[in-house]
Design a protein around this ligand. Structure first.
Ligand code: ADP
Ligand code: MG
Length: 350
């Protein structure tokens, strides 16, 4: 009899445990906090109870070491002193950024910072540098001049670094590790224009990510339905100023040190690698539609949605069927096909 009671009690405890765990998997924990110059919202289904807290702390720690405007950060020290010993995250993200820049033909280049400052973007004291100043600034944008020796990074004179175009994507990748370690079932992390999707939602449905309308950034011109991965968007609407009727945006062309003006309003990337997604969104914006399409056809390990100022939408074939236009938008959608053979060395040599 005692055995039967014990058995029944065990069964009840087990049932309770199952009910409780399924509750936490359907009722997400969430948190919102400012970091990396934007508002972030994290939502986690299942896993350890303190996951949101851990994600927030990790992102804040990254911000503290990577923010070029924070006097205590590694990057500030590097920019001020021209050299710094780095380890951990700073070493990782610097190495990744330099690699990505090379792969992206330097359309993404972390040494744009003196130009970003000259235009007044970090401080908000906006100004339009004259042609002579821009020429000088452009000459100094060259991340191949950054040297490293056993994690001691050194910059030439007048060169400074800004990780603003990759920090959120890198943060998304670091959050992935925390979610895995904390046994999360699923998560949606909105890191301000960079959205990390993790696992399977409790209702079994795919995630739906809104793509901001550059003409009205509080709204979405469409939705992308997707599973795991990072969706990163770069747009002129995120930060810009206007002078004499002209708009100057915060994404600069490293060859001219000038804000990009090529008819693109926004670039959205879907890629499993968050750091790459973030660098790609900036780089493809700089490249313009034709070069961006060429780059996609040569690499294929990501997808894009590009919106032009004529309200044409270019969507790569990998996600064309997963995108839905919002009600009231009549943008013309063109599918970007993989028309040419890949040119990566490994495939060419097979
Ligand atoms: P956001 O930070 O709004 O998500 P991006 O990821 O495109 O947008 O990053 C833009 C930021 O990166 C700028 O504010 C500037 O600090 C820096 N930046 C601008 N142009 C470039 C570039 N060509 N390569 C690398 N970083 C850039
Ligand atoms: Mg970016």
């Amino acid at each position: 009899m005692k055995k039967q009671i014990l058995g029944a009690m065990c069964a009840i405890i087990l049932l309770l445990a199952v009910i409780l765990s399924s509750c936490s998997a359907t009722q997400p924990q969430s948190a919102s906090f400012p970091s990396m110059d934007t508002l972030m919202t994290v939502k986690v289904y299942g896993g350890d109870n303190d996951l949101c807290d851990r994600l927030q702390k990790r992102i804040e720690a990254l911000d503290a070491t990577l923010d070029a405007t924070d006097e205590n950060s590694d990057i500030y020290q590097l920019n001020q002193n021209g050299t710094v010993d780095v380890s951990g995250d700073t070493a990782d993200i610097l190495a990744r950024s330099l690699q990505l820049s090379k792969a992206l033909d330097h359309s993404f280049d972390i040494t744009v910072y003196p130009a970003v400052k000259a235009w007044g973007f970090p401080s908000g004291d906006y100004r339009v540098p004259d042609d002579a100043e821009l020429k000088k600034l452009a000459e100094k944008i060259d991340d191949t001049a950054v040297t490293s020796d056993n994690n001691t990074y050194t910059l030439p004179r007048d060169v400074m670094i800004d990780l603003g175009a990759v920090a959120k994507g890198y943060a998304a990748d670091q959050c992935d590790t925390i979610l895995k370690e904390g046994h999360a079932a699923a998560a949606v992390l909105n890191l301000g224009g960079t959205v990390k999707l993790y696992g399977k939602k409790p209702d079994g449905k795919r995630f739906s990510v809104g793509v901001a309308d550059p003409d009205n950034p509080a709204g979405y011109f469409g939705y992308l339905s997707c599973e795991d991965g990072v969706v990163a968007t770069s747009g002129g609407y995120e930060r810009y100023f206007e002078r004499d009727g002209k708009r100057y945006i915060h994404i600069l062309d490293p060859t001219t040190a000038k804000p990009v003006k090529n008819g693109i309003l926004s670039v959205t990337i879907l890629c499993n690698d968050g750091t790459a997604a973030d660098a790609l969104s900036t780089a493809l914006f700089v490249m313009g539609l034709d070069k961006a399409t060429e780059y996609y056809r040569a690499h294929r390990d990501f997808d894009f949605i590009i919106l032009t100022d004529t309200h044409d939408l270019y969507i790569t074939e990998g996600i064309a069927d997963d995108f839905t236009l919002s009600k009231g938008y009549d943008y013309k959608i063109q599918s970007v096909e993989i028309a040419t053979a890949p040119t990566s060395v490994s495939e060419a040599s097979q």
